[in-house]
Design a protein around this ligand. Structure first.
Ligand code: SF4
Length: 286
C-alpha cells in the first residue's frame, strides 16, 4: 500500500501567498509531467523517471511546525495526479489539520476524480484551444482537460481555470475562442496569464486578450496578513538545515514566475450568462 513517503517530491516552498488565491500555503512540487509546454517554468520537473529530491518527512516536519500559521498545502508540479501516492499524501495533510489545494493540467481525469473528495480547491490549467493543444504542450490533451473540468464541476469543489498564453503559439483570436469555449463549458472562473520574462504589461499582452485586465496580487484578509507576518518570523527563527535544503532545492528547480496575470473580463453575452470572473496573483503554473 502506497504512503505519502512514496511521493517523488521535487521541491517544497514553505510559504506561498500566490499558489491558492487568498490562502497562506506551503507548496509541494511533484516530479513528472506528461506534457512539455513551450513556456514550461519547471522543465526539470517533467522527467517522470527522475527521483524526488525532498523527503516527505521534510514536508511533514514543516507542517507540524506551522500549525495556526498556514491555511493549507498546494500540490503542484509537474503533474501531481500522475503519482499514485498523491491520495495518501492528501490524507496525511488533512489529518494534520490543513486544507488541500491542487494544481493540475487535467491530463489524468480518472485519477483526478479519485482524489477530489480530499481537495478544497483546484487550479485547473487548460492550455489552449483544441487545435493548438499539441503545438502548446506536445500532446493532444484537450479531451482529457475537458473531462477533468467536468469531473471538477461534478464534484462541487471550488476551482479556477487558468491559461498561460504563449504569444508565439496562440494569437489573440485563439485566446478569445478559448475563453468562449470555456464559458460554454460552464467555467465560472477563468484567467489568462501571458508568458513573459519581466512580468510587465505589454501591448502584446493587451493584444492577446483584448478584454483582459492585468491584475495585482489577490488581497489577503487581515487575519491572513497577521499570520503571514507571524509565519515569516517563525520561519526565520526556526529554520533548520533540512528546511534550508528544501528551500534551496525548490528555488533551484522552480525557476521564474514572471507571467502576467490577466482576468478575462466578461463580454456582454457572458455577463448575461452570469460568469463569475476572479483575480489571481502571478504564479507558477502546474
Ligand atoms: S508547464 Fe506545467 S503542465 Fe506544462 S510541461 Fe511544465 S510542469 Fe508540465
Amino acid at each position: 500500500m502506497l504512503t505519502a513517503s512514496d511521493l517523488a517530491v521535487a521541491g517544497l516552498t514553505p510559504l506561498s501567498t500566490c499558489d491558492w488565491p487568498g490562502q497562506l500555503v506551503a507548496t509541494v512540487f511533484l516530479q513528472g509531467c506528461p506534457l512539455a509546454c513551450t513556456y514550461c517554468h519547471n522543465p526539470l520537473l517533467i522527467d517522470p523517471r527522475a527521483r524526488g529530491t525532498v523527503p516527505w518527512a521534510d514536508v511533514a516536519d514543516l507542517l507540524e511546525r506551522r500549525h495556526g500559521l498556514l491555511d493549507g498545502v498546494v500540490f503542484s508540479g509537474g503533474e501531481p495526479t500522475r503519482q499514485h501516492a498523491l491520495r495518501a499524501a492528501m490524507v496525511e495533510v488533512r489529518s494534520l489539520g490543513y486544507r488541500v489545494g491542487l494544481h493540475t493540467a487535467g491530463t489524468y481525469p480518472t485519477r483526478l476524480a479519485q482524489v477530489l473528495d480530499l481537495v478544497d480547491w483546484v487550479g485547473l490549467d487548460i492550455k489552449s484551444v483544441p487545435q493548438l493543444y499539441r503545438a502548446q504542450t506536445g500532446v493532444d490533451a484537450w479531451a482529457k482537460a475537458v473531462a477533468s473540468l467536468r469531473a471538477v464541476q461534478r464534484s462541487g469543489v471550488a476551482f479556477q481555470v487558468r491559461t498561460t498564453v504563449d504569444p508565439t503559439v496562440q494569437a489573440p483570436e485563439d485566446v478569445a475562442e478559448l475563453t468562449e469555449l470555456l464559458c460554454g463549458l460552464g467555467s465560472r472562473s477563468t484567467c489568462c496569464r501571458r508568458r513573459g520574462r519581466t512580468g510587465r504589461r505589454t501591448s502584446t499582452a493587451r493584444r492577446c486578450a483584448p478584454r483582459a485586465a492585468v491584475l495585482g496580487a489577490s488581497r489577503l484578509d487581515r487575519s491572513a496578513q497577521a499570520r503571514l507576518g507571524a509565519e515569516r518570523t517563525a520561519h526565520a527563527s526556526t529554520r533548520r538545515p533540512s528546511a534550508r535544503r528544501s528551500t534551496r532545492s525548490a528555488n533551484e528547480i522552480i525557476r521564474g514566475s514572471c507571467v502576467e496575470t490577466m482576468a478575462v473580463m466578461p463580454s456582454a453575452s457572458t455577463t448575461a450568462r452570469s460568469r463569475a470572473i476572479t483575480a489571481v496573483p502571478v504564479s507558477v503554473s502546474s
